[in-house]
Design a protein around this ligand. Structure first.
Ligand code: GLN
Length: 193
């Protein structure tokens, strides 16, 4: 069984942990640097990217997290995707690793939150995706694969090597396919290590 960390400083980490249990992974709620040592991968959940990074700094977790993210499978959902991004339009706290440009709160006030069906590369049926004050992935670099777009073409899921980013919240529906996809990434990386 793989140990998958869920950054548990703020946001919807409990829902991610519940999803991981359903696919027979072992979730670890990460609040201290020592906990990173035994992980095969890490999920950075949705919430508020500024708050997550502030609490990470305050608890001494920021630099150890940044080091972890460089080399180990990491999935950023929503606020977590902002933290992964190399480039941000405007201002946001971020580790600056994954070659994509992200805009925070990219949807107007009237549609702050919405859900829609997405076609995801490699999935045989659409995925229901919940967006909550979501960022958008404006563009990606050459080494990044786009996994899903909104009907208007905007990018909402992407992968680069051991990094996965989704603008929406896959932990808020019963569908475990994206969690299973990330677990598979962690298995593959585990073999390579
Ligand atoms: N708006 C939040 C941010 O900028 C992200 C929202 C979310 O994670 N649901 O960090």
């Amino acid at each position: 069984m793989l140990n998958i960390g869920v950054l548990a400083l703020q946001g919807d980490f409990a829902e991610h942990a519940a999803m991981l249990r359903r696919i027979d992974a072992h979730p670890v709620e990460v609040r201290k640097a020592e906990q990173l040592a035994d992980l095969h991968g890490l999920i950075m959940p949705g919430g508020e990217s500024t708050t997550i990074s502030r609490v990470a700094h305050a608890s001494g977790l920021y630099e150890p997290l940044r080091a972890f993210v460089q080399h180990k499978p990491t999935w950023g959902t929503c606020a977590g995707a902002i933290l992964l991004a190399k480039h941000i339009t405007g201002q946001a706290a971020h580790f600056g690793v994954m070659d994509m440009t992200v805009t925070r709160n990219a949807f107007g006030r009237q549609v702050d939150s919405f859900s829609t069906d997405l076609a995801v590369v490699g999935f045989d049926a659409p995925l229901r995706a919940v967006f909550i004050r979501a960022p958008i992935i404006e563009s990606v670099g050459a080494g990044v694969s786009v996994l899903a777009r909104l009907p208007d073409g905007r990018i909402v899921a992407a992968r680069q090597g051991h990094w996965l980013a989704t603008a929406f919240h896959p932990e808020l529906t019963p569908d475990t396919r994206l969690h299973a996809y990330f677990l598979d990434m962690c298995y593959q990386q585990r073999v390579v290590l």
